[in-house]
Design a protein around this ligand. Structure first.
Ligand code: ADP
Ligand code: MG
Length: 313
């Protein structure tokens, strides 16, 4: 009978997507921050398993790009690099639990904070329903924009309620710094560019996170939802901790078959996805390779895992 106080989320709400769509990888979503405490017995074992940890330690963050100790070697067959973090605003329900009114409030707060950014981060917010069909299609195919929600998120978890109202995308002129509003989480902060320059991509991400944080504090006295052990709180437990996925789009080296490549990646703590993201196939032999762990290490360590893994492959 337990219910969270903010969004009245029950254990039934938490597991609904997994029950309705048994092919789900994880199958649980948090409707708000309190879900992680109230339904700890369900979340903790899943969280430990997907991050490969036995205990949940105190979370330590390191957003200093100067701490990286090496970079991706020139020879690596890499087309592009992307780093994103997931964030939610403290005090609001997460997308699975939030009300329509509060979702619009979150959109407003984030739009103002994002449009406050300066220098190379400066850009504009575009509500989803102001984009034309072909603009959306082009941005999806170029890897900039989220796709229409899959059944995992929409049917089961309720993340797609009132779609697409309250959703949108922010980007700078060069489309190297972007943010998604009210997709699976309130905010996804994204830094990406062609080539393999991970330091540049990570540096831009770190500056973006700090600047948005500052803008939120100044404007709305709001902070990102954070817990000293779970780290940055996310809708899906796979994103707890840093909330970061650092990825490269790469060709499989000539010396490896696809299954050898996937095996190598798995042993190196790396996740392999298709070129168009989670649950998509490869396209033209290009794969998305990223850090698998987000809780139990710092952002710098996770980027370093990607760099070292790619270099060793
Ligand atoms: P996430 O949920 O981590 O944001 P998805 O797997 O849903 O990521 O992918 C989101 C989009 O980002 C997809 O369109 C994908 O093609 C794009 N993307 C991911 N990594 C890269 C990369 N290294 N270079 C270019 N685009 C990328
Ligand atoms: Mg996704």
């Amino acid at each position: 009978d337990k219910k969270t106080s903010l969004t009245k989320f029950t254990i039934n709400d938490v597991v609904r997507s997994g029950l309705l769509v048994p092919s789900s990888d994880i199958g649980v979503y948090a409707g708000d921050e309190e879900c992680y405490y109230l339904f700890r017995d369900v979340f903790d074992p899943i969280t430990k398993e997907c991050h490969g940890i036995n205990e949940i330690p105190v979370h330590i963050s390191n957003l200093d790009p100067r701490s990286l100790t090496s970079v991706i070697k020139n020879k690596a067959p890499i087309r592009s690099t992307r780093c994103r973090v997931v964030r939610n605003l403290a005090g609001y329900g997460f997308p699975a639990g939030i009300s329509r009114e509060n979702r619009l409030e979150v959109e407003g707060i984030l739009e103002t904070a994002l449009e406050d950014l300066e220098g190379d981060l400066n850009g504009q917010y575009h509500p989803y329903d102001t984009l034309t069909g072909s603009e959306k299609q082009n941005m999806i195919m170029s890897g900039y924009l989220f796709r229409v929600l899959d059944t995992y998120m929409s049917a089961g978890a309720g993340i797609g309620r009132d779609w697409p109202e309250g959703r949108g995308i922010f980007y700078n002129n060069a489309k190297t710094f972007l943010a998604w509003v009210n997709e699976e989480d309130h905010l996804r902060i994204i830094s990406m560019q062609k080539g393999a320059n991970v330091e540049q991509v990570f540096d831009r991400l770190c500056r973006g996170i700090n600047a948005i944080n500052k803008a939120l504090l100044k404007q709305a006295q709001t902070e990102f939802a954070f817990h000293k052990q779970y780290g940055y709180l996310s809708s899906c437990p796979t994103n707890l901790g840093t909330g970061m996925r650092a990825s490269v789009h790469m060709h499989i080296p000539n010396t490896l078959t696809e299954s050898q490549f996937k095996n190598r990646c798995c042993k190196l703590g790396l996740d392999v996805r298709g070129r168009h993201g989670e649950k998509c196939d490869s396209d033209g032999g290009v794969y998305d390779v990223s850090n698998l762990q987000r809780l139990g290490s710092t952002e710098v360590e996770q980027v370093q895992t990607l760099v070292d893994g790619i270099n060793s492959i």
